[in-house]
Design a protein around this ligand. Sequence first.
Ligand code: ZN
Length: 449
Amino acid sequence: MKHCLICFLGMALVLAGAGALPAPRRAAATDVRTFVLGYSAQGRPIEVTQVGAGPRKLVVVGNTHGAPEANTYRLTVELIEHFRATPTLVPPGVRLAFIPSINPDGLALGWRFDAAGVDLNRNMNTNLDACPENDWRVTVQGAYGIVSDTGGPYPDSQPEVRLLRSFLWDAAGAIFLHSNAGLVFPASCEHAPSIALAERYAGSAGYAYSRLWPNYTITGGMHDWAGSLGIAAITPELVTGDQTEFAQNLAALQAVLADAEALLPLPEDGLVAGLSVPAPVYRYWRALGGEERFGPPLQAARVTPAGLSQTFRNVSIALRDDLRDTPYYVQPEPLGVAALRDLAYGGAEALAEPAGEVEGRRFLETGHTLRGAFLDFWERGGGVEVFGLPLSEEFTTIAADGQPRVVQYLERVVLAFYPEDGGVRLEPLGARALALERLKQPTAPLMVR
Ligand SMILES: [Zn+2]
């Protein structure tokens, strides 16, 4: 099953019986929308302004490096005002989104880093591509050749990076504005759409094109993370550190919009274990741990009232059209909640909330606590957005592999501890849900001979 919003729209037009399809329409003023995507570590809003509603989503990100590159924030604001005044500049096939500052804390604090002192352009999980040299690491190179431990505690650890990640599951292109080296470079690991986009942007802005950032190897960079997922991703560096260079960047953006179908390839569905996985679900699955974490898909994606859902061995991943352009557009379904309802054994003890002081992190919403290896796994793996809140304490039971194991129920998953290697794995809730569903189906006559 291929998820395709345009197919549905196209079908709706056909069903409407329109002999002559309406002419494609340019974006109208009503298609300009400003909203808060989420909040920085210090609670500052991270805003998005979006122009147009087409399937090719192009995201312009300003101000990753805070105050020293404040001109990229001002440039993005100027671009927003321009497109707000003339939204018809955005062709009907494109959704143009601007994030004026992905690092509002760094902008307010007067430095390059986020509030925790992490370089957001060194924090992403760039281990997904075929180029080991750009893989995430703690010790990174930064401006002026300074080497520092500012990559963050682990890949994708910072809230701003996680928000950005969630906004790019359905992106076709991403432009990460920086200053002030005066050149444009694409994702470093060979990716033809990123290279083509960088060449066009540089040529139209009058900036130099460079195949690689010439000064050193960037690890954990946003452009490399995006490129590894198939997004045409580039980093333009303005020439100056204080001017917005509006005319040059507007010209570059208009050149990209004018050739959007060639330069902004639509996100591609994946093919895993012989099954098609819709593009945003595939990106999510792959970026957050792939087959090792979630297991393979067990069946084709199914259409749901809100979008679609595909069941993997350990989770079901839902795509919610009603939550598009929010951090919850792609999310695992609450299979842990359903499994907990059927918990027949070990239940009472597991559900009792611990009294008094507890080690670990206690969640007031549910009264339960994550600790040790489970807490570490939860934090690194994506936290509440991916796994949900704990619904039980840890307890020992027979796990799906037949072994007695320490497990814990969360909203979207069940965690199991493997002392053999000290690892945490997800119990096969997707397989369980499918098996229960099949048992509930009426028996077909041919089955009862
Ligand atoms: Zn920068």
